[in-house]
Every structure is written in C-alpha cells, then in structure tokens.
Design a binder for this molecule. Structure first.
Ligand SMILES: [Fe+2]
Length: 211
C-alpha cells in the first residue's frame, strides 16, 4: 500500500513536469549568455503592444479634438493627452521588457495605426469619457489574457500583474469616478444651456487635476 502511494506520487510528479510549458532556452555564443522564454507568453506580449499604441493614438486624437478653439474643453483635453502619453509609455515599457528578456525586436512586430477604423469625427464630453473608460476596460481584459498566457513564465506574469495591471485598475477607477461625477453634476440641469454649464464646470475640475 505504502509502495503504491509512492508510485502514484512519482507518477503525478512526472505528469505535472511534462505537462508544464517548456522554457525555450538558447545559449548564445561568445560571452556566456542564455535567453529563456515561453513563446506563448512573449508572443502574447508582442501582440498586446499594438493595443497600447492604438489607445495612445486614439487618446491623442481625442485630446486634440477637445483642445480646438471651437470645442475648448482644456481640462479633458489635458487629461486625454496625458492618457495618450501613459499608453505610449506602456507600449515602451513592454518593448523594454522584451529587450530585458532578450527577445528579438524586428519588423515582424508589424505595428500600424489605422485611423479610419478607430477614430470618430466628433465626440460628446460624456461620450469621450465613456469611450475612454470602455477602452481601459477592454485593455485590462487583454492584459488579463497576457497574464494567463504567461502563467508559466513567472517573471513575465509578475511584471504584467504589477505595475501594468495595477495601473490599468487605477485608470479604470479614475474614469469611473469621472463619468459618475459628470453624470451627477449634469443631473440638475435640464436644458442644453444648463448641460453646457455643467460640462464647463466639470472641465474646470478636470483642469485642476481632480480626476
Ligand atoms: Fe495601457
């Protein structure tokens, strides 16, 4: 009975080892160097970077839209342009991470920006905040997928969990607060002129960095 138990434990151990994703380790020539990675994880990171760039371009466009003299909402414009820089910095952070792990960066990454598919010609104030919130929620879901694909690459999973996933949750929470606050401020104003005033006042809050 005792011998059978030991055999079962050894069998389960062997199965779990062979079932794990293999690290693809390559020894370099010359200076002692080894690159180890889980292709499923690094490919997920490479694929994800384009979503960060798309978000950056979209925020940049929206920020410029609200900064025009005919729209003139400097608060949300500043917020969106800062968000654009943040998304771009996420993409750079991820490219840096691939470099840290010795993953080849070449033209196969193939990032491009298709303006027609992701830009609209105009936004309402509330619509822009909701659009930004939806975009952050979508990117958070995509990052969860990257973390899942990196489950066997502990360092990759760690980096994508914190700081990256942590910052996503923070961004989502801020936008949720902003959407709710604008909704509450607008609730007492039933006329278009009143809603315009609510939007103007809310933009002052955004300008002061309240959100
Ligand atoms: Fe991001």
């Amino acid at each position: 009975m005792h011998r059978l138990s030991l055999f079962m434990i050894a069998l389960v151990g062997c199965l779990s080892i062979t079932g794990a994703t293999e690290f693809n380790c390559k020894r370099g020539t010359g200076f002692p160097k080894e690159v180890c990675y889980v292709p499923e994880c690094t490919n997920a990171i490479k694929d994800h970077i384009k979503y960060e760039f798309n978000a950056a371009f979209k925020y940049m466009y929206m920020g410029a839209y609200f900064g025009q003299d005919v729209v003139d909402r400097p608060g949300i414009s500043k917020f969106l342009l800062e968000a654009a820089s943040e998304e771009r910095s996420h993409a750079i952070q991820m490219l840096d991470y691939l470099n840290l792990r010795g993953i080849k960066i070449d033209s196969t990454l193939g990032y491009s920006f298709d303006a027609d598919t992701i830009l609209e010609t105009s936004f309402t104030y509330q619509g822009a905040l909701e659009e930004a919130l939806n975009m952050e929620i979508e990117v958070t879901d995509l990052i969860n997928n990257v973390v899942a694909k990196c489950a066997d690459d502990y360092h990759g999973a760690d980096v994508f969990t914190n700081p990256i996933l942590d910052e996503q949750h923070d961004g989502v929470r801020k936008l949720q607060g902003a959407v709710k606050a604008l909704h509450d401020l607008s609730a007492g104003y039933g006329t278009p002129a009143g809603l315009n005033l609510a939007e103007y006042l809310f933009d002052k809050k955004m300008m002061s960095g309240e959100f």
